[in-house]
Design a binder for this molecule. Structure first.
Ligand SMILES: [Zn+2]
Ligand SMILES: [Zn+2]
Length: 175
């Protein structure tokens, strides 16, 4: 699920807000769901916008020209901008960073991985198994009770992505 990073007012730290639903308003209080048909004149809105790679939803920023929202420092002249990973949005001195990073999740082994080998136990995947694809490097690991290759260690077998399911590999601190 795509998400937006915002600075938490209480702690001053970046916090992840997963983007669920169809439309979310961008404002002083961060991101909040808004009715789809009331996108204007409430303010800038993040709107689900078709599907991208692997069927994951894409998101667009909708803002009437002249609004003070900027994306990577540029005004949204056309009123719409399809968001890309790590786009920096600014509004009234507040920063929002869009990210397409997914937390790891278990899923049936994708067809194109059947017969390839698990990076942890090196056994070949067979149809019907459950795996986690590392959200950072894409490497497949078993994720079953009997073969918990993904969670067996704190990091992915081939990169340093966390296997805890709670920790994003990238945060805006590295901007
Ligand atoms: Zn395995
Ligand atoms: Zn990895």
């Amino acid at each position: 699920m795509a998400l937006v990073w915002i600075v938490e007012r209480e702690t001053g730290e970046w916090a992840a807000r997963p983007l669920s639903g169809e439309a979310l308003g961008l404002g002083e209080r961060g991101v909040e769901p808004v009715p789809v048909d009331a996108a204007e004149p409430l303010g800038p809105v993040l709107r689900r916008y078709g599907a991208g790679p692997a069927g994951r939803p894409r998101w667009a920023l909708l803002a009437e020209p002249g609004r003070k929202v900027r994306a990577n420092g540029e005004a949204v002249e056309t009123g719409i901008r399809v968001l890309r990973n790590r786009d920096l949005l600014t509004l009234a001195g507040q920063q929002f960073v869009f990210s397409t990073e997914e937390l790891p999740f278990a899923e049936p082994v994708p067809e194109d991985r059947i017969g390839t080998r698990c990076a942890r136990c090196t056994r070949a995947f067979v149809s019907g198994e459950v795996v986690v694809l590392c959200p950072r490097c894409g490497t497949a690991h078993h994720a079953m009770e009997t073969l918990a290759c993904w969670s067996y260690r704190p990091r992915c077998a081939t990169c340093d992505a966390s296997t805890s399911g709670e920790e994003y590999a990238w945060t805006p601190d590295s901007l």
